[in-house]
Ligand binder design. Structure first.
Ligand code: THU
Length: 141
């Protein structure tokens, strides 16, 4: 069980790091990749996509999430995130921004595992509920 968890984490972090390479981040120079594990075992990745009108920027987590939802996915288990200066290895962990936490909460709820990784072996793992306590979701409206 523990081994399986580790294998999944390694695969997700690897995928997030690959996704970083596709980041479009000419303004910040900060490249982020995310890999979202669906309940059916499929994985969707995403990168950050910046915009000259800064507020239109989409983070890597939301890119992955929206791609998955657009393909009909509604149940998710985990998301790995890796970020740092473009063209370089991450020097620290990259935590999801508040907007992404809220976006993920819609379908993922508090149990989603969020893996914030510098490398596959150097990471912090928290649930979405820990990152977004008292989250506002479908049950609240
Ligand atoms: N960014 C992400 O893609 N995900 C995060 O978790 C934090 C920030 C992006 C947004 C922007 O393109 C760049 O990183 C700098 O904020």
């Amino acid at each position: 069980m523990k081994e399986q968890r580790e294998m999944i984490r390694l695969a997700l972090v690897q995928r997030a790091k690959e996704a970083r390479k596709k980041a479009y981040c000419p303004y910040s120079g900060f490249a982020v990749g995310a890999a979202l594990l669906c309940a059916d075992g499929s994985v969707y990745d995403g990168c950050n996509i910046e915009n000259a009108g800064f507020t239109a920027t989409c983070c890597a987590e939301r890119t992955a999430f929206f791609r998955a939802v657009n393909d009909g996915k509604r149940d998710f288990k985990a998301i790995a995130i890796a970020g740092g200066r473009a063209g370089e290895e991450p020097t620290g962990i990259c935590a999801p921004c508040g907007v992404c936490r809220q976006a993920l909460y819609e379908f993922c709820g508090p149990s989603l595992n969020v893996i914030m990784a510098k490398t596959p072996d150097d990471f912090i793992e928290r649930t979405l509920g820990e990152l977004l306590p008292f989250g506002f979701g479908p049950a609240n409206i």
